[in-house]
Design a protein around this ligand. Sequence first.
Ligand SMILES: [Fe+2]
Ligand SMILES: [Fe+2]
Length: 197
Amino acid sequence: MEKEQLHGLLYQALETEQGGIKIYSKALECVQNEDLKEEWTEYLSQTRNHERIVLETFEKLGLDPVVETPGRKVCRHIGQSLVKAMDMALAEGTPEEAELVAAECVVLAETKDHLNWELIGECGKKAKGDDGKALREAHEEVEEEEDEHLYHTTGWTRELWIQALGMPAVLPPPEEEKEVKTAIGAARAKQSRKEML
Ligand SMILES: [Fe+2]
Ligand SMILES: [Fe+2]
């Protein structure tokens, strides 16, 4: 495995979690639906815990968490852009529109977060010794929550859009009701939405 590339990934993962805290904080200013508010409040506290887990992993691997990397800079830029997008929606749109923008921003952020952890899991399978153990332990703690963050929020975004378009929506979304934790489960949940209406 390319050690330098692995470290680059970990710096991106740290930046993604740190950006995620800001994104959820802003998304909570935009949210209208009470169930979604509860969900995102939980995800915000889980994201804070993920930041702590990544920092712990940095310590175990002997990495300095304040080092700047090109990949990390890009992650930060994207994260800041998502916060700015929500600010624009709050300033100019209706509350419902701001909520939709926030949901889309969370899906975009969680797509990257989910990818990071999937890759950290793959590295954990290959890496040997203490480094491998540290990666596997971190991945084990975080993986399931990242599945929920991505698949459940994707469901929320779709159903809130459907509601905004004036069509019958399943709220909370099927992904949430069925406690989806895999891509195939998310596809099945989406397919079952007609029966859940
Ligand atoms: Fe996370
Ligand atoms: Fe996440």
